[in-house]
Design a protein around this ligand. Sequence first.
Ligand code: NDP
Length: 434
Amino acid sequence: MAETKMVHAPLVTYVSMLSLLTLCPPFVILLWYTMVHADGSISQTWDYLRQHGVQGFINIWPKPTAIAWKIIACYAAFEAALQLLLPGKRVEGPISPAGNRPVYKANGLAAYAVTLITYLSVWWFGIFNPAIVYDHLGEIFSALIFGSFIFCIFLYIKGHVAPSSTDSGSSGNIIIDFYWGMELYPRIGKNFDIKVFTNCRFGMMSWAVLAVTYCIKQYEANGSVADSILVNTTLMLVYVTKFFWWEAGYWNTMDIAHDRAGFYICWGCLVWVPSVYTSPGMYLVNHPVNLGIQLALYILVAGILCIYINYDCDRQRQEFRRTNGKCLVWGKAPSKIVASYTTTSGETKTSLLLTSGWWGLSRHFHYVPEILAAFFWTVPALFNHFLPYFYVLFLTILLFDRAKRDDDRCRSKYGKYWKSYCEKVPFRILPGIY
Ligand code: NDP
């Protein structure tokens, strides 16, 4: 097996792995506890911990129960079956660093529609009440924390003994292999893509399913739903719908085309997305604020506009690449840089870099509407507590770091061509500022 180039310094890996292992799981549990049992108030949780110490923390950590495992197993099996069985167009992913071209089945939107219709139907017909999911949320997160860790051990072993393609390899360091992953496109059999499952069909899908769950829970508890949670759920659903509408485009992004299947990305998608990404909705269940129709509509329209702009940025880049630059960008022929680069197998290839439209405003302008959209689906919580805004803060840090990571990667891939892109489009994210 070919040795892979070490993308991250060992120290970075050790520090981030240690913090992911030691800080993130307790954080997920504390976030859930604060949202569900402590009125969303950090100071209330802090007082509790001060009074009861470590034992108090152990007491609030829910054990993964049989019902939690059952819910996760049914959901995972259902999503895996949809991924395998639903029809979809054959889509080719981008050429990998080893020169392979992975093939996917684009059935994400169908899986999304079937999932939501099934979930609402089982509730409507009294077969299963989604409020049960909310009532066992802590146990579910606890089970996900442990289950995902075991799943990542499976990925590590598979990477060693049965890699699916030549886009796989060891860095020679067990911790780095486990943490950053070994395989770029791990599969079970020929067709079941593991990263599509963890990132899209489990992680992103759980976001929509839990958003709906929170709404239903409020309805079951109060007999009505406040406009605040309606705005929050609608915006999150619009966002996730956009994601599945564009899922084949996602297969061209860093998460799929560059990040290997390891603890970092898989644990994040299996645990962090269902817990942290959905947390503003989790808060709103017990805080049925009524915004009034006018304010609710303003927030809704602003959020939808941001989601649309974010979508249009991604669409513009992909349309530009798909047509080899022969498309219109904001009504004009696009301006571009023809950049050549060398693959790991030594072949020379060319890529086009768009330097007009959204991609001429800044090099990662698409992150601005992404962050603003998250702000708009959180703001129905108003400003009594900080915790609902944690996701917005986290996303801002994540995307600023990601823009830097992506810039570094593109600089080493495209060299002087990336330098001329930076000269032409000098700002990284915020036009005129940063
Ligand atoms: P992308 O991977 O879509 O875009 C970056 C890549 O595009 C670069 O690696 C490069 O790849 C190529 N590229 C860069 N500049 C240009 C250009 N000027 N013209 C053409 N191609 C270019 O970015 P992300 O994966 O970060 O984002 C995709 C979407 O996911 C966005 O909507 C983002 O907001 C969202 N997102 C959401 C997150 C969340 O947690 N909510 C986290 C991360 C992203 P190449 O090697 O092909 O040249």
